[in-house]
Ligand binder design. Structure first.
Ligand code: UDP
Length: 238
């Protein structure tokens, strides 16, 4: 039995709790959903359960491929045990196809193949609206050292190489995703979550959106879609 201590932090989609062990925390997944820098708010029934299970499966898959993360074990439907890290305030986005903010920023055509994949950095600061930043901005703001930025990029691309075929086998195109990393014992490790909240998936057959874009754009069938992603990710392949 893992003893839950006081709440360390509450974000938009998760809460972090202390445990008896100084270097371990409990990550609790909420049903709350936000978009457009929290201008749009709502709840997605059972999203916390779905995202906890999907993140668990993906962190396990990455660990099997030699990519460490903060994940230790799933505790229950909504909670996972994780290493306590110091979050690096840089959101790392990987893109395999053009959609979302890169379309308006660069005028690309929706769905354009991006090969090799593109890595972008955003400053994790809600009050500034998470702006796109360059490596020089990261250095200026002392968010990470140049060698750490290289490490972030390399790890993000390695994660993409594992996840692209993982999702393709399950009939989903991994269009883009956002990662957060933390410092743990002087090492950079993957943290946060990987879920339909933080990735974009398009159904390979129909092109249907299978992620938070259904909430962002009021496309309907949000809950069913999250459940479908869970089923595809967590059902063993024959
Ligand atoms: N993303 C995220 N959190 C954010 C912003 C983006 O998880 O605060 C994810 C988003 O779900 C997508 C990818 O990062 O998979 C790229 O998002 P984009 O820059 O296109 O921004 P958006 O269109 O979501 O504003």
């Amino acid at each position: 039995m893992i003893e839950k201590g006081g709440m360390l932090y509450e974000g938009k989609a998760k809460k972090i709790f202390l445990t008896e062990k100084e270097d371990e925390v409990i990550q609790y997944f909420k049903d709350d959903a936000t978009a457009f820098n929290a201008e749009k708010r709502g709840t997605i029934h059972e999203k916390g359960v779905v995202n906890n299970k999907i993140s668990t499966r993906l962190f396990q898959e990455l660990a099997d491929s030699g990519i460490p993360s903060h994940f230790i074990q799933q505790i229950n439907d909504r909670e996972m045990l994780a290493r306590r890290v110091q979050i690096i305030l840089v959101e790392v986005v990987v893109r395999n196809r053009a959609t979302g903010s890169i379309i308006t920023r660069l005028g690309l055509e929706e769905g354009m193949l991006i090969a090799p994949p593109l890595v972008e950095f955003f400053y994790k600061d809600d009050s500034l609206g998470d702006p796109l930043i360059t490596e020089d901005h990261i250095r200026l703001l002392k968010l990470a050292t140049p060698s750490q930025v290289t490490e972030l990029r390399n790890q993000a691309l390695k994660i993409n190489e594992v996840l692209l075929p993982f999702f393709l086998k399950r009939g989903m195109m991994l269009v883009d995703f956002k990662l957060e990393f933390g410092l743990w014992n002087g090492q950079i490790i993957l943290a946060d979550e990987i879920s339909p909240d933080t990735c974009r998936f398009w159904d390979v057959q129909t092109g249907e959106r299978m992620d938070k874009d259904r909430f962002r754009k009021d496309l309907g069938r949000i809950e069913e879609t999250y459940q479908e992603v869970l089923k595809r990710v967590c059902t063993p392949l024959n």
